[in-house]
Design a protein around this ligand. Structure first.
Ligand SMILES: Nc1ncnc2c1ncn2[C@@H]1O[C@H](COP(=O)(O)OP(=O)(O)OP(=O)(O)O)[C@@H](O)[C@H]1O
Ligand SMILES: [Mg+2]
Length: 311
């Protein structure tokens, strides 16, 4: 089991604390009312943590709030005091040179660093008003709410249908075969893959093209009704046509989900995201509207990166 050390300032109630000074808040957060309604996240005791939702009502568009997040791999510190609020129904791009901590930060958001034995996380991460490092939080449930799509498409060695049905089955989301059929169909439709696979649902998922496999993985993530989707360089193994399809899909998914995407492509960040966070040597250097980050970066390091002088 990973050594994930909860922050000493954590509260059992998962109560969100006010943003510390210097926190990278989005500049003009819009209120949309969706952010705190669709949580469904429960602790192991099945206790809905409703109290903190009222706290978040002050800024309803914040979906994920990170405060003073540090990550250590053994003695080596990979992330330093990351403070950032990620907005609901936005696509947030994480950019920066290789090794700056993008994947490390992304993995903090659904506790995927727990599976790395030497990883230790400190600080607070609040998702929908819930402190996700609270020891009472059910990590399996958390990862259903905060789904992940990896760089390399990784379908299970099962049929297309079973790739989608697996998650809903273990989470008890379908009460009958027809329920499950509907979940499979809807997930594939939302991932833009239904037309291509509806007549081969029982063939292996691994038999699809790379771009189709990545959309299958997105459909699999959607099938368990997450509210956040984390994507770590989801298009890096895809050709430009498959990339364009996945990018269109990301824009559509934003209507219903909050998306955090790591990308090495500045063009992709500019095309798909509304907010961009620039990381450098483990520090979050700059966070703001994507247009501002690319057209008028405030920090010289951001400027150097986007103009190709570092990275
Ligand atoms: N499992 C691990 N064990 C030890 N150190 C790690 C581990 N994963 C990442 N690191 C270190 O943490 C730092 C940040 O790595 P991370 O993978 O988060 O960077 P990144 O920004 O995603 O890079 P890339 O763009 O190359 O994917 C690096 O110095 C890396 O070597
Ligand atoms: Mg990475």
């Amino acid at each position: 089991m990973a050594d994930v050390t909860p922050s000493t300032s954590k509260k059992k109630s998962g109560k969100a604390k006010p943003a510390p000074k210097g926190k990278a808040k989005a500049p003009e957060a819009k209120t949309n009312g969706n952010s705190t309604d669709a949580t469904g996240l429960r602790t192991k005791t099945d206790r809905p943590l409703t109290s903190s939702r009222q706290d978040l009502a002050l800024d309803q568009s914040t979906k994920i709030s990170s405060s003073d997040v540090c990550v250590f791999y053994g003695d080596k510190q990979a992330l330093f005091d990351v403070n950032v609020d990620i907005l609901s129904n936005h696509v947030t791009a994480l950019i920066g040179p290789s090794g700056c901590g993008k994947s490390t930060y992304l993995r903090c958001l659904n506790r995927m660093n727990d599976v790395i034995d030497i990883a230790r996380v400190t600080g607070n991460i609040i998702v929908d008003g819930i402190d996700i490092y609270d020891p009472d939080v059910d990590v399996v449930e958390l990862r259903a709410r905060v789904g992940m799509v990896f760089q390399k498409p990784n379908p299970f060695p099962k049929s297309i249908y079973e790739n989608i049905a697996y998650g809903p089955r273990i989470h008890g989301l379908a009460s009958s075969k027809s329920d499950m059929d509907e979940i499979v169909e809807n997930s594939l439709k939302r991932a833009g893959l239904w037309k291509e696979v509806h007549d081969r649902l029982h063939e292996p998922g691994t038999g699809l093209s790379g771009g189709q496999q990545q959309r299958l993985c997105i459909a699999r993530a959607i099938a368990i009704s997450p509210s956040v989707i984390l994507m770590d360089e989801p298009c890096s193994a895809l050709d430009p046509i498959a990339t364009a399809i996945v990018e269109e899909l990301i824009e559509e998914l934003r209507q219903n989900y909050t998306i955090v995407i790591v990308t090495h492509s500045m063009q992709q960040a500019a095309r798909v995201s509304q907010r961009t966070a620039y990381f450098h040597l483990g520090y979050l250097v700059e966070y703001g509207e994507t247009d501002q980050i690319f057209q008028a970066p405030k920090d010289e390091r951001t400027q150097n990166y986007i103009t190709g002088r570092i990275g």
